[in-house]
Write a protein that binds this ligand. Structure first.
Ligand code: PEP
Ligand code: MG
Length: 883
């Protein structure tokens, strides 16, 4: 088996297509090398070695040693350097590289190959002995930490001791003599800890590092990251070994990171940062303030420190050209790392750049307009769920802003919440329903769980490419980074700024769009849907086959949904209309009456209110289809609970409160979700269905006259299991339509259909379709009843099921395509067999979930219906499903 692929000097054994085998980093290094872009030579050990490693008790395949030796030989030829050579030593970096980027999750070793024998040669070459000795001690520290398990804090301690003894404050104060002492003490420390000396043979070093990188695939951070991002452990990581180049060899050296377009806004301009005389880690660490790449960016920011374009114009020109070439080649925005070693440019990495939802949208629309990609590709590139970020609130510009601090606008959007100072606390508080803002000096991969739980993230150190900034943008969480004026005290659990001290739990607002931190909670505005958004939606609408409706019962929700492009109402849950203060008593009266007359009296009070509700919805939807579902209440939700509530209803009904309490208690159920709800209520008390049907038809007549819109209401019967149930209710509806028609002299057009939300209904869809003109899949209940998992009680164990790999996803979020999906497919097929033009839709939560929407397209539903804020997501997902 071929386990090792070399690259460098304008050729490579691999290509970008081989990312499964070589990992993202390795595949792109090979591709860049093939493109003739300057890449330090090296080789990639494949992900198959990782698989072998874990399948065979953490051992390597037999022939790997020879292949690595050959690859090192190849590197030696290209670089003119050899491992352990005391004139021109070969120094390498050893890095992980999985199929998907997992920033900072796995181990890296730099400067490998340095030893007592080679360190002076590096000093000679660089003309800087201090630099070489510093590199060596960094290597000992990093290698010991990552490979040998001697924590880096041990080394920090030694360094501090030596600095104190010699009265030095900065690392840069140390002279070669001092560095030699550091190195000596470091080596002694390792030997004391491990009982063996620090490895001096570069081959021992490299095998140690390879093992450590493969081993880090199974470290806790990496496991957590994979779980959060749904990445399978079977993928494994590759290992990339590459000749070192140094950005810290003096003032003609530099290192930096760049995006070919702005990853926050999507603007088509090179964007990034660099540092003169520094190593890559220094740029992200946020200790020195990085400089801009372009003159334009520097001028726009008003900073004095010169841009790369100004200090190294030649290297910059070559760099800008390579960025352009890479973007055109990959046909997507690239995120690159580069180093300039004494004037010579080297590219260390390229990958498709992570970006905010706003930038993703702009880049996709721009690239389609530039002709770089097709409209279909543009549509395919936007993760539908990410649109959520564009639909999120921003701070009302008219709101009063008490700014208490500011930093970089690292991830857009705004959020308010209680400040907490540790990731664990953020997770715990959020679990209890609190909205929290995670405040840290800086974040690290260990904080991921807390970052997920937080509404927003605030750091006091670090730039636009700091861990907090990159991760927050990826998650769509607002973030302000590097707010240097804020002091965080982890011990006291406070933050101090603007002359005030804020205790844990204090409420602040983080505005990731401007970089400001505000005192207290601040009024927010709903987002404007920008031009790019409209454009992409227009393209999506032209491609999708399925319609997108909304689940809405309030006028406000219906209007929001129409603004977001809803093409009708797929589900109006009438029970949600019954909680309003003006009617809850009448509703309770209706439920608690033990006579039909009593119920009819209460219903008469509700009729005009319902008619008004429906008429308003019909007007807002202006001729678009509206599906109104008959009452489907878990009854217990409506029963009076307190003495005061009972007394109130008793008074209206003119009955003894004690009697009423008894009646109320007699209505209590053990399993309300499987109890006297849905059409069962209409079977027991048909007068309720009659009232609602009358309200619907009268409203249709009224709205039709007023708005001039031709309204054809769709009346939907919930929780049907048998055709007989549906027929019984349908007869009442039909009779009511006739009655209203006679009363008003207006001919009433309408449709009667049913929800399919019980397995029996799905299986008997053939005969149910005889009576139903449409089906709407209620996949919330269908999931509940197919799995036998209570919707209300699932949360306590679904997480465990997902963790143990029994469920890939929460079936209440993403439709279970095999079980629940099969029932949907069966019902669709049997329904169509009976009634070929039957209209099929979905109105469970799954109607707004992209993966489930793909499934709906596959079985040929005519529409999906979802909550208003998910309408744009559904429009895009439906287009992607149709591609
Ligand atoms: C469903 O069951 O999927 C549905 C839409 O109805 P509800 O959530 O109101 O029970
Ligand atoms: Mg339901």
């Amino acid at each position: 088996t071929k386990w090792v692929y070399t690259f460098g000097d304008g050729t490579a054994e691999g290509t970008a297509e081989m990312r499964n085998l070589l990992g993202g980093k390795g595949a792109n290094l090979a591709e860049m090398s093939n493109l003739g872009i300057p890449v330090p030579p090296g080789f990639t050990i494949t992900t198959e070695v990782c698989t072998h490693y874990y399948a065979n008790d953490r051992t390597f395949p037999d022939d790997l040693k020879d292949q690595v030796a050959a690859a090192l030989e190849h590197m030696a030829k290209l670089t003119g350097r050899n491992f352990g050579d005391d004139k021109r030593p070969l120094l390498v970096s050893v890095r992980s590289g999985a199929r998907a980027s997992m920033p900072g999750m796995m181990d890296t070793v730099l400067n490998l190959g340095l030893s007592d024998a080679t360190v002076e040669a590096l000093g000679e070459e660089a003309g800087d002995r201090r630099f070489a000795l510093d590199s060596y001690r960094r290597f000992i520290q990093m290698y010991s930490d990552v490979v040998l398990g001697v924590g880096h804090e041990n080394f920090e301690e030694v360094l501090e001791e030596i600095k104190d003894a010699r009265n030095f404050t900065l690392d840069t104060d140390l002279d070669p003599d001092a560095w030699l002492e550091v190195i000596d003490r470091y080596k002694k420390l390792v030997e004391a800890e491990l009982g063996t000396p620090f490895p001096q043979d570069p081959l021992d070093q490299i095998w140690g590092a390879i093992g450590a990188v493969f081993g880090s695939w199974m470290n806790q951070r990496a496991i957590t990251y994979r779980r959060l991002h749904n990445l399978p452990a079977e993928w494994g990581t590759a290992v990339n070994i590459q000749a070192m180049v140094f950005g810290n060899m003096g003032d003609s050296s530099a290192t930096g990171v760049a995006f070919t377009r702005n990853p926050s806004t999507g603007e088509n301009a090179l964007y990034g940062e660099f540092l003169v005389n520094a190593q890559g880690e220094d740029v992200v660490a946020g200790i020195r303030t990085p400089q801009h790449l372009t003159r334009a960016a520097r001028e726009a920011s008003g900073v004095d420190a010169p841009a790369l374009e100004e200090v190294m114009p030649e290297a910059f020109k070559e760099f800008a050209g390579i960025c352009d070439k890479l973007e055109k080649h990959y046909r997507d925005m690239q995120d690159v790392e580069f180093t300039i070693e004494r004037g010579k440019l080297w590219m260390l990495q390229t990958r498709n750049g992570k970006r905010t939802a706003k930038a993703a949208l702009k880049v996709a629309v721009d690239m389609a307009n530039e002709g770089m990609i097709t409209k279909e590709e543009a549509i395919g590139r936007i993760e539908p769920g990410s649109l959520d970020q564009l639909l999120h609130p921003t701070i009302d510009p008219n709101a009063e802003r008490h700014v208490i601090g500011s930093g970089l606008p690292a991830s857009p959007g705004a959020a308010s919440g209680e400040i907490v100072f540790t990731a664990d606390e953020a997770e715990a508080m959020a679990g209890k329903g609190h909205k929290v803002i995670l405040v840290r000096v800086e974040t690290s991969p260990e904080d991921i769980h807390g970052m997920h739980a937080a509404e927003a993230i605030l750091t006091t150190r670090g730039g636009m490419t700091s861990h907090a900034a990159v991760v927050a943008r990826g998650m769509g969480t607002p973030c302000v980074s590097g707010a240097g004026g804020i002091r965080v005290d982890y011990v006291k659990q406070t933050m101090t700024c603007a002359g005030r001290t804020f205790q844990k739990g204090a409420i602040v607002t983080v505005d990731g769009t401007t970089g400001e931190v505000l005192d207290g909670e601040v009024p927010m505005l709903q987002p404007e849907l920008s031009g790019d958004f409209g454009k992409l939606m227009e393209w999506a609408d032209a491609i999708r086959r399925m319609k997108v409706r909304t689940n809405a019962e309030t006028p406000a929700d219906a209007r929001t949904a129409v603004n977001f492009g809803a093409e009708g109402i797929g589900l109006c849950r009438t029970e949600h209309m019954f909680f309003d203060a003006d009617r809850i008593i009448a509703v309770r009266e209706m439920i608690l009456s033990d006579t039909e007359d009593g119920r009819r009296a209460a219903l008469a009070k509700l009729l005009p209110m319902q008619r008004g509700d429906f008429a308003e919805l019909f007007e807002i939807m202006h001729g678009l289809p509206v599906t109104i579902r008959l009452l489907d209440p878990p009854l217990h939700e409506f029963l009076p609970h307190t003495d005061a509530e009972i007394a109130e209803v008793a008074k209206v009904m003119n009955v003894d409160p004690e009697k009423l309490r008894e009646r109320s208690e007699s209505l209590a159920e053990f399993n309300p979700m499987l109890g006297h709800r849905g059409c069962r209520l209409a079977v027991s008390y048909p007068e309720i269905a009659e009232m609602q049907a009358r309200a619907i038809f009268e409203a249709a007549v009224e709205a039709g006259k007023k708005a001039g819109a031709h309204v054809i209401p769709e009346v939907m019967v919930p929780l049907v299991a048998t055709k007989a149930e549906l027929d019984l209710v349908k007869d009442r509806i039909d009779a009511m339509a006739k009655a209203v028609s006679e009363d008003t002299g207006v001919e009433i057009q309408y449709h009667v259909g049913t929800m399919i939300e019980l397995p029996r209904a799905a299986l008997r869809a053939g005969d149910i379709a005889d009576s139903a003109e449409f089906f709407s899949f209620g996949t919330n209940d269908l999931t509940q009843t197919t799995f036998g998992i209570s919707r209300d009680d699932a949360a306590s164990f679904i997480g465990t099921y997902i963790q143990k790999g029994i469920f890939e996803q929460d079936p209440f979020v993403t439709m279970d395509p095999e079980g629940v999906g099969e029932l949907v497919a069966i019902a669709a097929e049997r329904g169509r067999a009976t009634r070929p033009d039957i209209k099929l839709g979905i109105c469970g939560e799954h109607g707004g979930d992209p993966a489930s929407i793909h499934f709906c397209e596959k079985v040929g539903l005519s529409y999906v219906s979802c909550s208003p804020f998910r309408v744009p997501i559904a429009r895009l997902a439906a287009a992607q499903a149709a591609l």
